[in-house]
Structure formats: C-alpha cells, structure tokens
Design a protein around this ligand. Sequence first.
Ligand SMILES: Cc1cc2nc3c(=O)[nH]c(=O)nc-3n(C[C@H](O)[C@H](O)[C@H](O)COP(=O)(O)OP(=O)(O)OC[C@H]3O[C@@H](n4cnc5c(N)ncnc54)[C@H](O)[C@@H]3O)c2cc1C
Length: 255
Amino acid sequence: MNILVLLKQTFDTEEKIVLENGKVSEEGVEFVINPYDEYAVEEAIKIKEELGGEVTTISLGPDRFESAIRTALAMGVDKAILVDDPDVFGDEYTAAKVLTEVIKDQTYDLILAGYVAVDDASGQVPQRIADMLNIPIISTAVKIEIDGSNITVHRDVEGDTEILEAPLPVIITSQQGLNDPRYPSLPGIMKAKKKPLDRLSADDIGVSPDEVKAKTEVIETFLPPKKEAGRILSGEISDQGRELVQLLRSEAKVI
Ligand SMILES: Cc1cc2nc3c(=O)[nH]c(=O)nc-3n(C[C@H](O)[C@H](O)[C@H](O)COP(=O)(O)OP(=O)(O)OC[C@H]3O[C@@H](n4cnc5c(N)ncnc54)[C@H](O)[C@@H]3O)c2cc1C
C-alpha cells in the first residue's frame, strides 16, 4: 500500500497573530505540522504498519517547512517531497495544481490530507486535487478500514456519522478523532535526519509559473475588533429587562 500524505506547515495554534504592513508577521513564530495533517500522517503510518508499503509526504511551501517534514519522518514516514519554489506559491488553485503535478509522478493507492489547514482555512486543496486527478474524495474521516482494493470510511457530519465506501485510489481528509498521533521517538528523530527529502522546483515538475498563476487575490487582511468589556445591569428585574431591550436597540443595534 503506497500512501501519499499532503502535509502543510502552519502556525502553532497557540500563536498570537500580528499584522505588519497588512500581512501576517512570521517574526518569532513557532510552526508545527497542520494538526489535521498530523492525523493523516499517523493514519498513514498505522496502515503501513498493518499492510506494508511506503508513506511519502508531499508539500508546497518555503524552506521552513523542513522542520514539519522532519517531524513526520521521525514519526515513521519513509520519504518526503517539498516544492520550495516561490515562483509557484499562490492561491488554492496554484497549490492544488502544483501538488497534482507532483502526485502524477508517484505510484499510490491512497492519498491522505487534513480536512482543513488551520491558518488559511479554505478547505479546498484536497477537493481540487481529487477533481484534477479524477478520483473520489471522502472528507472528515474519523475511522478508516481497508479491505483489498476497497476502503470504508466513517465520516463526521456535524456530530453524526456517515459511512461511505470507495474503490482505491481515493483521497481521504482527516478529522479530529481519527487517531492519537504518536510522539516521535528519539531513535525516530535520529533516523529522520537521514531519510530522503527531495526538494523540487517548478522546472523539475514541468510546471510554468504562468500556468499555475493564482486566480484570486487577497485584497485586505485585518484582525477582528477588540472585544469590549461587558456591562452588568442593576436594579429591579423589570427595569433591567426594559434597559436591556433599549440597549439592544440603540447601542448594539441588533433588534
Ligand atoms: C509560502 C506560501 C505563500 C503563499 N502565498 C500566497 C499568496 O501570495 N496569495 C494567497 O492568496 N495565498 C498565499 N498562500 C496561501 C495559500 O494560498 C494556501 O496556503 C493554499 O492555497 C492552501 O489553502 P489552505 O491553506 O486554506 O488549505 P486547505 O485547503 O484548508 O488545506 C486542506 C489540506 O490540504 C493540504 N494542503 C494545503 N496546502 C498545502 C500545501 N501547501 N502543501 C501540502 N499540502 C497542503 C493539507 O493536507 C491540508 O490539511 C501562501 C501559502 C504559502 C505556504
């Protein structure tokens, strides 16, 4: 079973977002594997341990992605591919097109990804790739069972569960609850340093920057307004009720 995992590095979810000149500053920020991709990595390793085969991560991003990739290699991934060419960094269309070109050169039975990247959070890339490869996609998996050339997936649907089957190859995106990602062991960390990480440029994958040019443009990035302090009303409960309705109408303007 050859498994590809789409792996994106994102801000640590504890990080405070700071804007500088209208862009999110990366100054002093801690980066991690996108949490949903960590479930995908764990699941790929578990399937490999049960059925044999190889796990390869594929990423599109800058040089800093290497630390997330090495963590995945230390967990048990066999090898990794990183397209670290700024000429092909763009929007969701760009990411999907570039990753698809890399995938086309691989032999695979299954592709695992996160259901969303916690930073840009478009939840589009795996769906676009499935369309470009013309293979099925099942999103938000919380349980995966493989039987020969078929896969059964339990997916989370807003707290309910839906069970779907598909023939391999298929793309599955992972949801929280799929598994408990392992911590890399010390020997795993040592081994990861020597595992292959292929760095590719647009040229290497035969993609011209024009062909994958972003189709969307970010016009503005801004932080949500600061939360204002709450107000506690006092007096008779009937007076409080009247004051509340008045405030909702005149100040909050919600009624
Ligand atoms: C270096 C860099 C430069 C960027 N520059 C721009 C820019 O100029 N303009 C702009 O609009 N946006 C830019 N982006 C944001 C970029 O468009 C999005 O990161 C990308 O389109 C994916 O969207 P998403 O993160 O919302 O992924 P989602 O669709 O939410 O991700 C779902 C899953 O897809 C997979 N995936 C997503 N992205 C990647 C990836 N890069 N590598 C591997 N797997 C992935 C992961 O498994 C992830 O869990 C940049 C991103 C990076 C990393």
